[in-house]
Design a protein around this ligand. Structure first.
Ligand code: HAM
Length: 437
């Protein structure tokens, strides 16, 4: 006998873990809609799908993902074999590992996409959770800025399909090469100062202006004012006017100019240089970009990406240039809600068989199976409840058609199909019924 039998049983909570979501059928309909737009679009550009496990060795992220992600945001644990394992917080290190492993066998340029579930220990807030799904689009083996242009074009294409007009959002661009040039060559900062200031700029919107200026002063000393003047430039022209005027334009600045011009040729003009765009990850080496929703309710990056030419070399072997971006489903859903509407077609089936008597279950099951071979989605009510209640269930499940099966239907093989929306009824048999419309 169980000695605990007398203790009251503590009820389990129906809440999900903090910051993660349950996907009820309505939510799955929205998610499938988002994934559908993602997949259709990227496949039109020739991207192939790949996937991997959510578990990765923790070391994979230590090399180049950046301190914030590794120290504060990963779910890391030790497995029974004493290995440190991380629930992947992003897909880029995984895809870099996979491509590096097969770099000799694969034809380049390689265009790959995936929609992984990712986990970050973040403070849950609008647009940011502890779990999300993220479209990853990456192109490997292209050194020219055409790779950036194509990625931004794909990202733009998707964003338009979520209902946004050009005036609703903005593509923001920066270049790691420009930041390196500014911090090292122009301002002669040492590695530690350069690193600290870039992390500070990355947090610009999260700290108060006064705090920002004070910390910048601490890091930069005498040159702080000059640096902040450069950082506060209103546009690309003003920014470059604060830099030393050389005969040849700096490579990083030229790339920005070229990407903006190439996008313009494609009709994408809501693009802006943003010298404060840092992107948290350490692996980016060139152009970095984000798309920003300008709507006051969202006001955050809906996607982010950039060039990371050195990441694959971490796995040994030749260098493989790479560019890509990640687009999250949480913000995608916010966009749909703000700019269009969420999909409403969440019917559980096309047809519901209401069975008036338990002795007709076999007949109903048989009829359902025959109709399924005609590609009709059929669900049978085996509850034995009153037929009115069964019809109510069909209605709540948003199933548009019903057939009530009783003695008469079983004897004659003839039944009425009722459209619950219009009330219309049609007489039919299992042979004459080929489609519901
Ligand atoms: P990321 O900027 O960290 O980049 O994330 C990209 C997008 O994923 C964000 O703009 C947002 O839509 C979504 N996202 C990120 N964190 C969360 C969160 N906690 N909750 C909900 N949505 C989130 C990367 O992850 C890079 N690995 C992208 C990349 C691919 N770079 C090159 N290739």
């Amino acid at each position: 006998m169980n000695s605990d039998e007398s203790k009251p049983i503590k009820k389990l909570s129906t809440d999900s873990y903090k910051g993660v979501r349950d996907f009820y059928p309505e939510d799955m309909a929205v998610q499938n809609h988002i994934f559908g737009i993602w997949k259709n679009t990227v496949e039109k550009y020739g991207y192939q799908e790949y996937n991997a496990s959510v578990l990765e060795p923790a070391d994979l992220y230590r090399a180049k993902s950046g301190e914030e992600i590794v120290n504060e945001q990963t779910y890391t644990f030790t497995d029974r074999g004493d290995r440190e394992v991380t629930l992947r917080p992003e897909m880029t290190p995984t895809v870099a590992r996979m491509v590096a492993a097969q770099r000799r066998e694969r034809p380049f340029p390689l265009r790959w996409y995936s929609i992984p579930n990712l986990f970050r220990y973040e403070q849950p807030q609008r647009g940011r959770l502890r779990e999300h799904w993220q479209l990853n689009v990456d192109i490997f083996g292209v050194t020219s800025i055409q790779a950036e242009v194509e990625c931004i074009q794909v990202a733009y294409d998707i964003t338009r399909q979520f209902g946004l007009k050009d005036t609703d959002f903005e593509v923001r661009l920066n270049n790691r090469k420009v930041m390196n040039y500014v911090t090292r060559d122009v301002f002669k900062l040492n590695d530690e100062q350069a690193h600290k200031i870039s992390k500070l700029i990355d947090r610009k919107n999260k700290v108060e202006a006064k705090v920002f200026a004070d910390v910048a002063q601490e890091i930069l000393g005498d040159v702080a004012d000059k640096f902040l003047t450069l950082l506060n430039s209103q546009n690309f022209e003003e920014f470059t006017s604060h830099l030393p005027q050389t005969k040849e334009e700096h490579e990083g600045l030229r790339e920005i100019r070229e990407v903006i011009a190439a996008l313009e040729k494609l009709g994408i003009t809501n693009v802006r240089f943003d010298q404060t765009l840092m992107r948290g990850f350490d692996y980016y080496t060139g152009i970095v970009f984000e798309i920003f929703d300008k709507n006051p309710t969202n006001r955050r990056a809906v996607l982010g990406g950039g060039r990371y030419d050195d990441l694959l070399s971490l796995f040994g072997g030749d260098k493989v240039p790479a560019v890509g971006f990640g687009y999250g489903d949480v913000v995608a859903r916010d966009l749909l809600e703000t700019y269009t509407s969420l999909p409403k077609d969440i019917r559980a089936a096309d047809l519901y068989l209401c069975v008036m008597n338990a002795s007709h279950f076999d007949y109903a099951q048989d009829l359902a199976q025959k109709l399924r071979t005609k590609n009709i989605k059929v669900s049978v009510d085996y509850s034995g409840r009153k037929v009115g209640d069964q019809i109510k269930t069909a209605d709540r499940l948003k199933i548009p058609y019903i057939i009530c099966i009783g003695d008469q239907e079983v004897a004659s093989g003839e039944f009425k199909i009722k459209n619950l929306v219009t009330g219309e009824e049609k007489l039919s048999t299992e042979d004459t019924l080929t489609t519901l419309n």
